[in-house]
Design a binder for this molecule. Structure first.
Ligand code: ATR
Length: 274
């Protein structure tokens, strides 16, 4: 039996084991996927153990996505530039790191929007998730990606560190609220609005244009306060379920060469969320 895992801390609420074990069973692959809570100080030992066990692959989540890099044998270029790995594959005994968060997000976005490159995009936030999404959109050739963050200097640094070119202005949250009508796609990447603080939202969408597309990477609750306001204004919205499913699908494909059924994965996750 092949073994796969997800490591993080905390990890108890991860939906990845359910999603991947269902796929292994569905495609008749003799494998098992297990969640492990690993403390930061134990990460190196855990990876050593995975090597000793010849583990076939694993996902990496908070707080290990950055620290894992120095423990791997190679890292693909996009993941290296993002500076974070969420998927590791054992390729003939060598542990290779990938980042499927940004590419999973972009796949989810493309499933709703035909054309991205000419759209004017605003990303809210400048943390790890914003970084993976900004770098991947710039890598894909999206021309105009602005950023807004509570701490604008963090957004400036993010843009400076990106090796792929996009035209980017940095806005304060107030400026973003005022200028919101200029954007076709708005991507919310902060944790504001996540359960149990679901009444919070990072900025007001008062000036949103009706034809805009608003996406929030949060999936618990399924509709954040921000998305509810966007829907009230007539905009199309997307929650974080598709990003989660697509990052998992890309990891599954890296490991097995099988392109999994996205609808099946989505239903499994929605079932779990009740
Ligand atoms: P992740 O890796 O999940 O993206 P992170 O790196 O901790 O998480 O980043 C959190 C993001 O949420 C940041 O953009 C942060 O803004 P700052 O850079 O100013 O810290 C944003 N954030 C968190 N709490 C916030 C709050 N109360 N108001 C506005 N933004 C907030």
């Amino acid at each position: 039996k092949k073994l796969y895992a997800v490591i993080g801390n905390p990890i108890a609420h991860s939906m990845s084991p359910l999603m991947h074990n269902d796929l292994f069973q569905h495609y008749g692959i003799d494998a098992h996927y297990q969640a492990f809570a690993i403390k930061e100080e134990d990460l190196a030992e855990a990876v050593k153990g995975f090597r000793a066990m010849n583990m076939s692959g694993f996902n990496v989540t908070v707080p290990h996505k950055v620290a894992i890099i120095s423990l791997l044998d190679d890292v693909d270029p996009l993941a290296r530039s993002i500076g974070a790995v969420n998927t590791v594959a054992n390729e003939n005994g060598r542990l290779i790191g990938y980042n499927t968060d940004g590419s999973g997000y972009v796949k989810a976005l493309k499933s709703e929007l035909q054309e991205l490159k000419e759209k004017k995009v605003l990303i809210i936030g400048a943390g790890g998730a914003a970084r993976a999404i900004y770098f991947t959109l710039a890598f894909e050739g999206v021309a105009h990606i602005d950023l807004t963050n509570r701490t604008p200097t963090k957004a400036e640094r993010l843009v400076e560190e990106c090796p792929y070119h996009a035209k980017s202005n940095i806005l304060s949250l107030n400026e973003a609220e005022e200028q919101l009508a200029a954007y076709d796609i708005i991507i919310q990447t902060t944790s504001l609005g996540m359960s149990p603080n679901s009444e919070c939202k990072v900025l007001s969408l008062h000036n949103l244009k009706e034809s805009a597309f608003v996406s929030d990477i949060i999936y618990n609750p399924l509709e954040t306060e921000l998305l509810r306001q966007a829907r009230d204004k007539g905009a199309k919205t997307q929650n974080g379920i598709q990003m989660f499913v697509q990052q998992g699908a890309l990891a599954f494909e890296i490991w097995t060469n099988v392109k999994p059924d996205i609808n099946r994965m989505t239903n499994k996750v929605l079932q779990q969320l009740g």
